[in-house]
Write a protein of this length. Structure first.
Length: 185
């Protein structure tokens, strides 16, 4: 039951449990968990995935084409050149045979949001994990910018005032209640 969430969090895509990262990736794709599927490039970059094993399990699960498409996108957007080459070796000549079923831009946006955020500020991973439950990646970027004292664009300032600030005030107001209730458990 959504066991892949913990593994995704452990390998850099914290929104939030299979025994291997390959199983977690297969589960995310097979269960059509789009938020986790979009996080696959992040997980691949931050972990040691056996691409051959992933492809083998994808064939067995009946999602071979989806996995190949995601690996193609991943090899185009991740920064780790060694992993790019490993993916290219694993998928080999399959590039021309598979029609891409996913939007590369969506993957790029999620990847950019999660790769920028940890480097922008020295927030602990548990804070980043908690923020991911409450805020979208773009909202987290704005929060990090404010924390670092970076200048916001006019649009970001307006969005902060209209949406993010209200959430932060609500969190501040209920923080005492949260502490009280969680200490009882």
């Amino acid at each position: 039951m959504n066991e892949f969430k913990k593994i995704f969090a452990k390998h850099g895509y914290a929104l939030f449990e299979p025994e291997s990262i390959e199983d977690a990736i297969i589960s995310a794709i097979k269960n059509r968990e789009i938020r986790y599927t979009l996080g696959i490039p992040i997980v691949i970059e931050n972990s040691d995935v056996s691409y051959e094993e992933l492809i083998k399990r994808a064939k067995h699960a009946g999602i071979y084409e989806e996995v190949i498409s995601i690996l193609q996108i991943t090899s185009q957007i991740i920064k780790n050149k060694e992993k790019k080459r490993a993916i290219a070796r694993a998928i080999g000549l399959k590039k021309t045979k598979i029609k891409n079923k996913f939007d590369k831009k969506e993957f790029e946006q999620v990847y950019a949001g999660y790769t920028r955020v940890p480097h922008a500020v020295g927030f602990a991973s548990d804070i980043a994990y908690a923020l991911s439950f409450l805020f979208a990646p773009k909202q987290i970027n704005i929060i990090y910018k404010l924390k670092n004292g970076e200048r916001l664009t006019k649009t970001e300032r307006e969005y902060f005032s209209r949406v993010i600030k209200k959430k932060l005030i609500a969190i501040k107001e209920i923080a005492g209640l949260a502490v009280e209730l969680t200490s009882r458990i």
